[in-house]
Design a protein around this ligand. Sequence first.
Ligand code: SAM
Ligand code: PRE
Length: 248
Amino acid sequence: MQKKQNNRDSLFDVEQISEDFIFNERVAQVFDDMLDRSIPFYREVIHSIARILDTTLEDNSQIVDLGCATGTTLLQLSSLLEKRDFQYTGIDNSSAMLDKAQLKAELFSKQECLKFIQGDIMNMEQPCASAFILNYTLQFIRPINREKLLKQIYTNLAPDGICILSEKIISHHPNLNRKYIDMYHTFKKERGYSELEIAKKREALENILIPCSLEENKAMLQSAGFVEVEPFFQWFNFVSFIAVKPLT
Ligand SMILES: C[S@@+](CC[C@H](N)C(=O)[O-])C[C@H]1O[C@@H](n2cnc3c(N)ncnc32)[C@H](O)[C@@H]1O
Ligand SMILES: O=C(O)C(=O)C[C@]1(C(=O)O)C=C[C@@H](O)C=C1
């Protein structure tokens, strides 16, 4: 009997020894289902970003998504903002993710306004843009390099441009931290993941996804140069910030 539905994330529903989490072909195959069931309010966060971009940016603005994965954010933004004349660029170092992103752009006839580039966001010349989006990507960059990346984003942003940062976070209050993790695991169970799948994924992400606290992320954005920095969304251990580059 076929137990698994195609493209449904059952990567950790197997009795094999855990390996580190990597954004390879197997992950890319099920990634859209994985994010929909693993990131609280994933779609609503994208809707909020659309509102921010719509009310902030001029027509002909360039929007860059760093760690764009399968392109879901840019595709959704380009649909929600189809009346606006924006250009979208997604950058990722996983060819498997970008193959899916490109395919989706073609399926939805969005090739005109969406461009995907393969590259390591730590070791490339970033494009200039009016908005940078870093959704659940900074947590995969080694902590020592994070400030450097945010500084580069700040430099390449147009004056009055915005950076959106979404991350999984920790709390430095151990009791609250435990409660938030428990609530997150309940969220995953409610979306069909078993205890074993949750535990195995947690193990695979150990030392790969390294979350900081809300305060640490805010301080990093501020030390990169951003003055106005505020969370616009939080669900327990997930947060999204807006950071604005001053005009002068
Ligand atoms: C959790 S996923 C991002 C999800 C995506 N932003 C979204 O909201 O749908 C993290 C992505 O960052 C990419 N990534 C991690 N490190 C990277 C690096 N140094 N350069 C480029 N991409 C990177 C991974 O390949 C992966 O696709
Ligand atoms: O922390 C977890 O267990 C998650 O599943 C979260 C998370 C993320 O925040 O990026 C981790 C890896 C995958 O990219 C999808 C979701």
